[in-house]
Design a protein around this ligand. Sequence first.
Ligand SMILES: [Cu+2]
Length: 166
Amino acid sequence: MRNPITAAALSLLLAAPVFAGTAADDIHVMDPWAREVPPNMKTSAGFLTMMNRGAVDHKLVAAESPATGMVELHTHINDNGVMRMRPVKDMPIPAGGKTELKPGGLHLMLMKLKQPLKAGEKMPITLIFEDGSKKEIQAEVRRFDMMMKHDMKHDMHMKHDMQMKH
Ligand SMILES: [Cu+2]
């Protein structure tokens, strides 16, 4: 009675590698979001963290969204003190590791926006991996206030300067 069960279990174990997951199965996406932009702006950026729970390295090779005409994979480089964006061919996600897309670093360049991105809305983005597998995510549109903070500091300096003159 036991032998058939053992044999069945063994054949399942042996068969397991055949059903090894695609990149999309291995990659878990955390906290996807896109930056809110004014209605006249046709370009924004998307951010997320990709965790690779698989045993092999993966790569994000492309992305697309019905809300945009084009999505490019970008990074920032420091070019003699000036932050510049550069397209990258892919974004590696090492086995057991994670790759973080965040402001000032790797990002999805959302180009030719077909509609304004308003905070609180969801934007569907499809991630495409090196084996052609795809994962659709819903990025939450958020206000990103780095610029506002900068402006506030600027205002404070101006006020400070005005006080100095008195
Ligand atoms: Cu960019």
